[in-house]
Design a protein around this ligand. Structure first.
Ligand SMILES: NC(=O)c1ccc[n+]([C@@H]2O[C@H](COP(=O)([O-])OP(=O)(O)OC[C@H]3O[C@@H](n4cnc5c(N)ncnc54)[C@H](OP(=O)(O)O)[C@@H]3O)[C@@H](O)[C@H]2O)c1
Length: 387
């Protein structure tokens, strides 16, 4: 059977890797639509090889350039988020690969889930900010949510049979600054933070990996995906990124999924599940490179604990954490905030939360997100940055 696929965030790192997987299996996946924010040229190039029925940019100005490029073509061009939400809602038999960066991915993902469409989820911020809401919507519509994040894909694969679980153990590379002292971390430059030791990814998730916020977001993501209490989700640093995560069952037996760090695997698993498709990749070599493990350094990388606490508090706290982090990471990437201040900004914004309503409506999470961004911007400004 051919899967009809809509890719949100098509021009990004996940979108590009997904395009490779699709090109290797043209008989199994037909691309329905491609969505990006403003990279018109790149989206148009992808359209030439993936042959979607429609393409869309959420930035209306960039969409004008795309329309000019596509003039005379049979591919329909859409402009702006509302058009994207409309066309997703009109395509209930398609699957959606959610690979936009950040909170911006929430509304399209939620639209797909509300329509009962399978959601192949890379955009972890969607579940972090509005996990309860998305889960309720998925339960009501029957939409399956299949993880694409490599750690959660590993757990998903280990849980192929429904068996009682004691613990989930998420592995974490430790990022580029594993073992660095606080003094060294004070001088981190943007280009240092963008050098991930094992994975090539977009800038935001790469910085999150350097602060360990990424692992914190993944703890919240795992809580929602696998309905697992936070106390039973652990993190272990595994610098080689060969074991992608583990599941410990109630009898102590522990299953792991291993492989070279290669996002083609979890993307393809999400597309092929419960089958597996061929993928040419070098065989795993367990002899030449020892696998090592250590605990995360909570003192130097406080973001991990901040995320766990936000998850435990629930309500709007995870959305506030996510929004403050997005603002702080953007300021760091723009050279307006030091690396160590990212976690400080997030912590200060979380401390300012006065009421904690349940996230049962999308308006609640939108308001929490907007409030947290304003708070974070104000703190960054006071520190001398410019927003
Ligand atoms: N990269 C990985 O290996 C990896 C692994 C696990 C999970 N993830 C998750 O997957 C998501 C994407 O990561 P990435 O590394 O692929 O990011 P990326 O390379 O920065 O790409 C982001 C994509 O999202 C699009 N986008 C951003 N804001 C948008 C908006 N407002 N409207 C429409 N499109 C928007 C971008 O479009 P433009 O190019 O037009 O700006 C681009 O296509 C993140 O949530 C990340 O945490 C990534």
């Amino acid at each position: 059977m051919t899967t009809r696929l809509i890719i949100l965030g098509a021009t990004g790192s996940i979108g590009k890797t997904a395009a490779e997987v699709i090109a290797a299996h043209p008989d199994k996946v037909a691309v329905e639509g491609l969505v990006a924010q403003r990279q018109a040229d790149r989206l148009w190039e992808m359209a030439q090889t993936l042959h979607p029925r429609w393409i869309a940019l959420t930035d209306a100005e960039a969409a004008v350039a795309l329309k000019t490029r596509a003039y005379g073509s049979s591919i329909r061009v859409l402009a702006g988020l509302d058009d994207v939400l409309g066309v997703i809602a009109d395509s209930p038999s398609a699957s959606v690969l959610a690979a936009m960066t950040g909170f911006a991915g929430l509304l399209p993902a939620l639209t797909a889930v509300n329509r009962g469409m399978p959601l192949l989820l890379a955009n972890k911020e969607t579940l972090v900010a509005a996990g309860d809401l998305v889960r309720q919507a998925a339960q009501a519509s029957g939409a399956p949510i299949i993880p694409v994040d490599s750690e959660h894909s590993a757990i998903f694969q280990c849980l192929a049979l429904p068996q009682p679980v004691r613990r989930l153990i998420l592995t974490c590379s430790g990022g580029p600054f594993r073992g660095w002292t606080t003094t060294q971390l004070q001088d981190v430059r943007v280009q240092d933070a963008l050098q991930h030791p094992n994975w090539s990814m977009g800038n935001k998730i790469t910085v999150d990996s350097a602060t360990l916020m990424n692992k914190g977001l993944e703890v919240i993501e795992a809580h929602h995906l696998f309905d697992m209490p936070y106390e039973r989700i652990e993190v272990v640093v595994h610098p080689e990124s060969v074991i992608h995560s583990l599941v410990e069952f109630v009898d102590g037996a522990t299953m792991a999924q291993l492989g070279w760090p290669d996002m083609r695997v979890p993307i393809q698993v999400a597309l092929s599940w419960p089958q597996r498709w061929h993928l040419s990749s070098p065989p795993l070599d367990l002899v030449s490179r020892p696998l090592t493990f250590e605990p995360p350094d909570a003192a130097r990388f406080p973001a991990l604990a901040l995320a766990r606490q936000a998850g435990l508090r629930g309500g709007i706290y995870p959305a506030v954490l996510n929004a403050a982090n997005e603002q702080a990471v953007a300021a760091f990437l723009a050279g307006r905030l030091p690396f160590l201040a990212i976690a400080t900004v997030v912590e200060t914004v979380l401390e300012g939360v006065r009421e904690n309503p349940a996230v049962s409506q999308v308006e609640v999470v939108m308001a929490a997100d907007a409030w947290a961004r304003r708070q974070a911007d104000a703190i960054i400004l006071r520190r001398g940055g410019v927003t």
